[in-house]
Design a protein around this ligand. Structure first.
Ligand code: PEP
Length: 255
């Protein structure tokens, strides 16, 4: 199955509009145009419109970090999929910071994945265990139960178009990278669950990403992972040279 590699930068709540404009200008110069991988940056909501304008005609796409679970209405402070439509190709849903800081349940994540897909925007469904769960040897159980519940409103065809990001919580922003062997094993379990729920064709099409303290140095180790198709990068995506180096190191991966 030919799955296109992807490298996504999650800028979180770190940049102002002028700062994101500067970063975009640098990325446009630095990210190799020759890369065969898809490259995506996910700015904050207020930066999305200007980012999508500035990146028009480049090989860098725009994603959102979140979306409201409802389409429209009296939801003060929320941003709807209708507002994002036309400006983003991807929406991250269920990031561990959303789950853990803002209390988003699998039920909410499932609604967000569904609403994104209904508007032809690919959801990037994040799953991952905490350190405590890892120490209790519950990683696989936790990840697969989050995944099954978060995908529950999507059809097999829609899952095939979606992305699943394995992001162990203990590796996010901690500098502790999960080994590529361990991440590959989890990606295999993820693909196995998708196969048992939706069949072989879907499991062979869905793209599985790894995220958690990836740097240009560690990105190389994921090149050989058969079941990992991309990287979700937080901190390192704020540095144009680091992010461009990750695209170079990982994006040229041969399957
Ligand atoms: C993330 O937040 O999705 C992430 C992977 O962050 P970091 O790379 O900083 O660990």
């Amino acid at each position: 199955m030919n799955r296109k590699k992807i490298i996504m930068g999650n800028w979180k709540m770190n940049l102002t509009v002028p700062e994101s404009t500067i970063l975009i200008q640098k990325l446009k110069k630095e990210v190799p145009v020759s890369t065969k991988a898809e490259v995506v940056v996910c700015p904050t909501f207020i930066d999305i419109y200007s980012a999508s304008e500035e990146l028009k005609g480049s090989n860098i796409k725009v994603g959102a970090q979140n979306v409201a679970e409802e389409e429209k209405g009296a939801y003060t402070g929320e941003v709807s999929v209708l507002a994002l439509k036309g400006f983003v190709d991807y929406i991250i849903v269920g990031h561990s910071e959303r789950r853990n800081i803002f209390g988003e349940s699998d039920k909410i994540v499932a609604k967000k994945a569904e609403i994104a897909m209904r508007h032809d925007i690919r959801p990037v469904i994040c799953v991952g265990e905490t350190l405590h769960e890892r120490e209790d040897k519950l990683s696989k159980v936790v990840v697969l139960s989050q995944l099954e519940a978060s995908c529950k409103h999507l059809t097999g065809e829609e899952i095939a178009e979606s992305l699943i990001a394995y992001e162990p919580v203990w590796a996010i922003g901690t500098g502790q990278v999960c080994s590529s062997e361990e991440a590959e094993k989890m990606a295999e379990h993820i693909r196995g669950l998708i196969k048992s729920l939706y069949g072989e064709k879907v499991s062979g099409s869905v793209r599985v990403l790894y995220g958690g303290s990836v740097t240009s140095a560690s990105s190389k180790s994921f090149r050989k992972s058969k079941n990992i198709d991309g990287l979700l990068v937080g901190g390192a995506s704020l540095n144009h040279q680091e992010f461009a180096a990750i695209v170079k190191n990982y994006g040229e991966k041969k399957k």
